[in-house]
Write a protein that binds this ligand. Structure first.
Ligand SMILES: *[C@@H]1O[C@H](CO)[C@@H](O)[C@H](O)[C@H]1NC(C)=O
Ligand SMILES: *[C@@H]1O[C@H](CO)[C@@H](O)[C@H](O)[C@H]1NC(C)=O
Ligand SMILES: *[C@@H]1O[C@H](CO)[C@@H](O)[C@H](O)[C@H]1NC(C)=O
Ligand SMILES: *[C@@H]1O[C@H](CO)[C@@H](O)[C@H](O)[C@H]1NC(C)=O
Length: 668
């Protein structure tokens, strides 16, 4: 998208000139610091296909990839509070079923809602004369994990809308069971026939792990105790243990896989997810905080309801727990139906954004939103330095025009007046040739690219050719999404990952102007995949890492704090490298990316300013046949392995075809 004609010409000229060669790489003492933020994560709660770009006929087929609900957010019950559904419809019963014919379930608008935000409830109407066990099941997000010695914590609300004159009492049984009805773990909670809502909480701990996640959650009751009665239920919740033991927290295995990338930042709450289909359906921060009873949820961008259980405070707390810093997106008056809010109607939205930022960073003793944050348990401001205004505002001509003419100006002026310390990221640049935007001059630009392996290989020098001025770039989204023949990838391939790595040497080399970069999208539930490829995929009880994941990990873990200038290769050359130094650890990291099938060798010479160099080093390499992918049936087809090598001032390295390697040398 932003490869201009001049680079293309250069690329073609060089391609034809490539021959087998030895690259003698002289490493200088000079260079530049690696930014704190360089390698991080881009989170999108929905897949990020641009709705406006799709033919209307295909829009109906776009759902979400369950990155938040059913993914990072650890809640196990799907459609737990019947948010944003139409009572009485079968769609409202999504993922719920009656246990047997002795009772009927439906979603109703409760006469006495449990809260203003949650008007709906599941109604269980039990036939008169029933003695069988009655109740209902939930399918979870395509199943439930059943893990030995793991304490699951649940809760729900219930009421009897027409209680009998003689109060009845009994027990609700709650359990995890196979679809065939074998109960793996259960407990019971007492009830009385109260007309008002009552909350029950429970825990259970399976004693054995089930290999299959094809399981159900069930609530049941002996028919005799409730025969002829109706019971309403809502906010039915079940959590496994969460990352850092946070209530309403995140899935541990996904958090750990992300932490293992050593990410420095987290861009949230998404791109398209932030925008919404219409202004009314935008992401509204204050609907996502506080008690779950007060979160109405939101019709997501596709045919999907977001619970907003994963809300602004939850994101910020988890980002802090993960040792990352937020890159916080704010809504900028543009929606996926390509509508721009007119300038004279932006006032309330600007105030909403200012309040969102106040909530994240303002003093809890002087600011009302800061006080709300403190009341939720975080008096100290969160460490927000970067705020991104909008998402892909260049995606339609109208969006680009309104952003450049007034939307950036209105939001950026208001934010920078109130929060002069913040770095504001503009999204309307699709290339280093940034457009002219009215209002405060944008310094930080978010660029996105989804392309094929050839593009990534040939574009490793895209940032080298940019002028050195005060502009700073965020490669906010990028991925190899298609094979060179145009075939869409279902999972990242070796070819894709290695050409991404070649491109990423350009981030190291240009980290004086590239301050951050993130592969996208991050997360994918394998039973609800709509956008491919993704970095990490999972089911309720498995998780696997893609080839691209291991490349991201290599650059994240071996970022170093200083980039050492070295002899550069030519654009589109089959072998690329970058050299960084971890000063405190006394290590030099030599990354070598080989997208070649012909012979080249790299000979690195460390500068004389480095006086003590170990005679041997350890390395990591990711390599495989070009088209290989890690898939659910073959999750470890390609994983990195370690090796040792002879080091010293001069290091000769020949990496195999289709490989990304890092050589770690003790060197002070
Ligand atoms: C969020 O703020 C908007 C106005 O900005 C208001 O209409 C809405 O009721 C608020 N939501 C909650 C849950 O407080
Ligand atoms: C396109 O390329 C991919 C990856 O190299 C390969 O697996 C696939 O078979 C090719 N498809 C066609 C139609 O040539
Ligand atoms: C430097 O090395 C130490 C020790 O291995 C590691 O903990 C740290 O993350 C590294 N820092 C960078 C910026 O690579
Ligand atoms: C790249 O791979 C090719 C093919 O395996 C090999 O001949 C060459 O030596 C490798 N080059 C480097 C620099 O690792």
């Amino acid at each position: 998208m932003w490869l201009n004609v001049h680079i293309l010409t250069l690329v073609l000229a060089i391609l034809s000139a490539v021959k087998a060669a030895t690259f003698n790489v002289a490493i200088s003492t000079g260079g530049h610091a690696q930014p704190d933020t360089l390698y991080g994560l881009m989170y999108e709660d929905i897949n990020h296909v641009c709705y406006a770009q799709l033919a209307s006929s295909s829009r109906a087929h776009i759902f979400i990839s369950q990155s938040g609900d059913g993914g990072l957010y650890a809640e196990l019950i799907q459609n737990r509070a019947f948010q944003q559904v139409t009572p009485g419809t079968s769609a409202a019963l999504n993922s719920w079923a009656a246990l047997n014919a002795a009772s009927r379930i439906s979603v109703v608008r409760s006469n006495v809602p449990v809260s203003a935000a949650l008007p709906n409830a599941l109604s269980l109407a039990v036939n008169a004369g029933t003695t069988d066990s009655v109740g209902f099941t939930n399918t979870g997000f395509w199943g439930f994990p059943v893990t030995a010695n793991t304490r699951y914590q649940g809760s729900f609300y219930y009421r009897f809308p027409n209680p009998p004159s003689n109060q009845v009492s009994g027990n609700f049984n709650v359990d995890l069971r196979s679809t065939g009805g074998t109960v793996f773990t259960s407990t019971s909670v007492p009830f009385t026939s109260s007309a008002g809502w009552k909350k029950v909480t429970f825990t259970f701990t399976p004693s054995a792990t089930q290999a299959s996640a094809n399981n159900l959650f069930a609530v049941s009751v002996t028919g005799a105790t409730v025969s002829g009665l109706t019971v309403e239920f809502t906010l039915v919740s079940l959590f496994p243990p969460t990352f850092n033991n946070r209530p309403n927290g995140m899935r541990i295995d996904i958090s750990q896989a992300l932490a293992d990338l050593k990410p420095t930042f987290f861009r949230f709450p998404g791109g398209n997810n932030l925008e919404g289909q219409t202004p009314a359906r935008r992401w509204i921060w204050n609907n996502t905080i506080g008690d779950l009873l007060d979160r109405p949820g939101r019709q997501g961008d596709w045919s999907y309801v977001n619970t907003d259980g994963l809300g602004l405070f939850d994101y910020l707390q988890w980002i802090e727990d993960m040792g990352m810093e937020p890159i916080m997106g704010v809504w900028a008056g543009y929606t996926l139906n390509t509508q721009s809010v007119p300038e004279n109607q932006l006032g309330p939205y600007v105030q909403e954004v200012l309040d969102q930022i106040h909530f994240a960073i303002s003093d809890s003793s002087t600011n009302a939103q800061g006080r709300r944050r403190a009341a939720l348990g975080h008096p100290a401001p969160f460490n927000v330095r970067y705020v991104e205004i909008g998402n892909e505002d260049w995606i339609s001509a109208g969006g680009l025009a309104s952003y450049n003419n007034y939307r950036w100006r209105v939001f950026a002026s208001a934010i920078s007046t109130t929060f002069p310390q913040l770095r504001l990221i503009s999204t309307s640049g699709t290339s280093g040739n940034v457009p002219s935007v009215s209002g405060p001059r944008p310094i930080y630009w978010d660029l996105h690219i989804y392309e094929n392996p050839n593009w990534f290989r040939n574009s490793a020098y895209n940032f080298d050719i940019l002028p050195r001025n005060d502009l700073r770039f965020f490669q906010g989204e990028y991925a190899v999404t298609n094979a060179n023949n145009g075939t869409r990838l279902s999972y990242p391939t070796v070819e894709g990952a290695i050409t991404e790595a070649a491109y990423m040497t350009g981030f190291d080399r240009n980290s004086d102007i590239v301050f951050a970069a993130a592969y996208a999208p991050l997360l994918n539930h394998i039973s609800s995949t709509q956008w491919t490829p993704n970095l990490i995929s999972y089911s309720p009880n498995t998780l696997f890492k893609s080839t691209s994941y291991y490349v991201q990990q290599m650059f994240g873990v071996y970022k170093g704090d200083f980039y050492l200038t070295s002899t550069t290769n030519t654009a589109s050359a089959p072998v690329q490298w970058s050299v960084t130094r971890n000063t405190s650890a006394g290590q030099v990291y030599l990354k070598v990316i080989n997208t070649s099938t012909s012979a080249h060798t790299v000979v690195f010479t460390l500068p004389s300013s480095i006086t003590t160099i170990n005679a041997a080093g350890t390395g990591r390499i990711l390599t495989g046949a070009a088209a290989t992918m890690n898939t659910p049936s073959s999750p470890n087809a390609v994983v990195p392995r370690s090796f040792t090598f002879t080091a010293g001032r001069t290091i000769t390295y020949s990496a195999v075809a289709w490989s990304a390697s890092v050589l770690v040398v003790g060197a002070r």
